[in-house]
Design a protein around this ligand. Sequence first.
Ligand SMILES: [Zn+2]
Length: 302
Amino acid sequence: MRLPGPFPQYQRGYSSTQSLFGRTRRRAGSGLKTRLILALVFVAFAVVSYYGQPGDVNQVTGESERVALTDEADEIKLGFQAAGEMVDMHGGPSRDRGAQERVQAVGQRLLAGLDKDLAANGRQNPYRDAFQFTLLADPQTVNAFPLPGGPVFITEGLFRRFQTEGQLAGVLGHEIGHVLSRHSNKQMARQGLFQGIAGAVGVLGGDMSSAQMGQMVGAVLSTRYGREAELESDRWGVRLAALAGYDPRAMIDVMRILEEAGGGGGPPEFLSTHPKPANRVEYIERVIAEQFPEGVPPGLRP
Ligand SMILES: [Zn+2]
């Protein structure tokens, strides 16, 4: 492969350095060449193993995807292994029995709405029985998040800010969407690719610090699903809420609630993994207009 030449200065600098410093430079240059080849091998291996795998068909969407775990049972196992720790980190489950039951009930109503829709298309939800909705006692943190395969969590800090059940449905629908679209699983597959490239960066730099840097970048990336995935989950939130009989416009209220919670930008823990709420409103409005070209029907629950 020949790269287009947008770096004439770099190329000139390279050749003149070689001719000026002759022998010593050539030795350093051959070391660089070895590292460059090694780095290319790393990248090639990562890219081939990522793109070489046949995609796995998502049973819910029917789409072919690159995932680390192709067996849903493995995903479910992984999620449940981490669930206990998540609960402990947020002060345990909420002791408000009524609120806990409401979170469960709304979550189950969303899944039941999806069941009907999937059955009509000859599909099924492989995570159906693994889904679990937990209200966490943490009153300070304003957040909601899922784990692979089914466990969904929401903090009291966020739950207490809702004015309607539709708002709760929108948030739970968004988290269910992360699970159905297997965002963690895809992230793990991409991380394999990324770690190969990070390894190459380490080889190129030739010292520990750049290898560590590569690892750090990898760790930071792995805590976010990325903007695309978040918008995809917003789309799920709208779809699942509407299928369960909730007014999907409640999702727009949720964005306002999130913005207020953080004094304009959104709560810090939510922003660390999600795009700014204000930037999602326009997208959500577009999705609602797409799903209901004749307007949102009357009689949906707020
Ligand atoms: Zn999200």
